[in-house]
Design a protein. Structure first.
Ligand code: PNS
Length: 180
């Protein structure tokens, strides 16, 4: 009887794991900004599990290593129970397939993001059937990008209202190290 009951519970658990709605928030996150965190928090409310995947973007050189970027994301999302942080170098849809992820979540800041994001969403849908869901960035973050933050930090600008505290500190340290 006990055995049967246990079997029943584990089958139930298995079913709920299989039915989990999983999404990925992909990006370079070099470094994570308050704009990213806004999208991550809102996505975490919509899905059972959200994987933040730090992807290697071949077209960009980076300020932080993948490991450093993952650590910053892990620390700044510690209050969200359904977030997992991972990294991937390759096609995003391959990552989705091997991790049983049905949706990609992207933030849209302005129309300037739209053409490129639409193209990627369509290619990814055609290649794999994985859906892309766009979330409107909060107006207060619509100008914000990691590139802008790095540029400002490089010239000693104040980015404390754009990134979490630990990222601000990491930026200052990296700029001081680079010495230019
Ligand atoms: O933060 P970014 O740099 O704008 O993120 C872009 C990223 C890394 C999400 C995008 O370049 C990507 O998905 N790269 C993985 C490779 C891939 O699947 N490319 C899409 C084929 S059209």
């Amino acid at each position: 009887m006990v055995f049967l009951r246990l079997k029943w519970i584990s089958a139930d658990l298995l079913a709920s794991v299989c039915l989990m709605k999983r999404a990925v928030c992909p990006g370079s996150f070099d470094p994570v900004t308050l704009g990213h965190l806004d999208i991550i928090e809102r996505a975490s409310a919509q899905f059972d599990e959200v994987v933040i995947a730090v992807l290697v973007n071949r077209t960009k050189s980076s300020m932080f290593t993948v490991q450093e970027r993952m650590e910053m994301i892990t620390k700044t999302t510690a209050h969200l129970p359904n977030i997992r942080v991972d990294s991937w170098s390759g096609l995003l849809v391959e990552y989705c397939k091997s991790n049983d992820i049905q949706s990609i979540v992207k933030g849209l800041r302005a129309v300037t993001d739209f053409d490129y994001e639409l193209q990627m969403a369509q290619v990814n849908l055609q290649a794999s059937g994985v859906e892309t869901m766009f979330m409107a960035t909060a107006p207060s973050h619509s100008f914000l990008s990691s590139s802008l933050v790095k540029e400002l930090a490089h010239y000693g600008g104040d980015v404390s209202s754009m990134v979490p505290k630990i990222v601000n500190e990491a930026l200052k340290a990296r700029v001081a190290e680079s010495g230019n």
